[in-house]
Design a protein around this ligand. Structure first.
Ligand SMILES: Cc1cc2nc3c(=O)[nH]c(=O)nc-3n(C[C@H](O)[C@H](O)[C@H](O)COP(=O)(O)O)c2cc1C
Length: 190
C-alpha cells in the first residue's frame, strides 16, 4: 500500500509538518510504503483557467507539479497536512488543488475519472493558532471537494488548535499520538 503525505506549510518542521511526519510513521508501522511531498519546494503556479484540459483532462502547464499528478494517481491513501491561514488552507495547498481542475474535468465532464474499482482513502491534518471551528470547517470543505475529485474517501481528520510557534504540536502529546493512529488506521482499514 502506498501512502502519500502532502506537506502544505511553508514552514518545514512546523506544526502541520510534525503531524504529517507522525501520520506517515504510523502508516509505515502498519507496512505502508510512504512518501512525502513538500509543496513549498515545488516550483509551480496556479490554474490559469485556460481550458487547456477541457478535451483531454490533462493540464497543459508543464512545471514542478507535473510529477504530483502521477504520484497521487498511484497512491492508495493521501494525507494532507496544512496550517490554517486566514480561515482556510495554505496558499500552497489551494494552488495545488486548483491545478487538479483537469482531474475534475476528466471525472465530471469527460467521464474518464475513477480508479477502476480501486478504493483509496484520504485524511486531513490541520494546525491552527486558534480553536475556531469555522476555520477548520472551511478547510475541510476545500479538501473534501479535492478528495471527491480524486475518488478518495474522506477517512480521517485531526484539527489541532492552540498551535502558534514551531514546535508547539510536539508539546501536546495527544496531537502527534492521534496523527500516528490516523496514519496506522488508513493502512489497517484500507
Ligand atoms: C499567513 C498566516 C495566516 C494565519 N492565519 C490564521 C488564522 O486564520 N487562524 C488561526 O487560528 N491561525 C492562523 N495562523 C497561525 C497558524 O495557523 C499557526 O501558526 C500554525 O500552527 C502554523 O502551522 P505550521 O507550523 O504547520 O505552518 C496564521 C499564520 C500565518 C503565517
Amino acid at each position: 500500500m502506498k501512502v502519500i503525505g502532502i506537506s502544505a506549510s511553508p514552514r518545514q518542521d512546523g506544526n502541520s509538518d510534525e503531524l504529517l511526519n507522525r501520520a506517515l510513521e504510523g502508516a509505515a508501522s502498519a507496512g505502508a510504503e510512504v512518501k512525502k511531498i513538500i509543496l513549498n519546494e515545488l516550483k509551480f503556479g496556479p490554474c490559469q483557467e485556460c481550458g487547456g484540459c477541457d478535451r483531454t483532462g490533462f493540464c497543459v502547464i508543464h512545471d514542478g507539479l507535473e510529477p504530483v499528478y502521477a504520484q497521487l494517481d498511484d497512491a492508495d491513501a493521501i494525507v494532507i497536512a496544512s496550517p490554517v491561514f486566514f480561515a482556510s488552507v495554505s496558499a500552497q495547498l489551494k494552488m495545488m488543488i486548483d491545478r487538479f481542475q483537469c482531474r475534475w474535468v476528466a471525472k465530471y465532464i469527460l467521464g474518464k475519472g475513477g480508479r477502476s474499482g480501486r478504493r483509496r482513502k484520504g485524511a486531513l491534518l490541520l494546525a491552527s493558532g486558534s480553536y475556531k471551528k469555522e476555520f477548520f470547517e472551511n478547510s475541510r470543505a476545500v479538501v473534501k471537494a479535492f478528495f471527491a475529485t480524486l475518488d478518495a474517501e474522506y477517512s480521517g481528520e485531526l484539527f489541532c488548535g492552540g498551535l502558534e510557534k514551531k514546535g508547539d504540536a510536539a508539546k501536546y502529546k495527544e496531537y502527534p499520538n492521534r496523527a500516528y493512529e490516523i496514519g496506522r488506521e488508513l493502512v489497517i482499514n484500507g
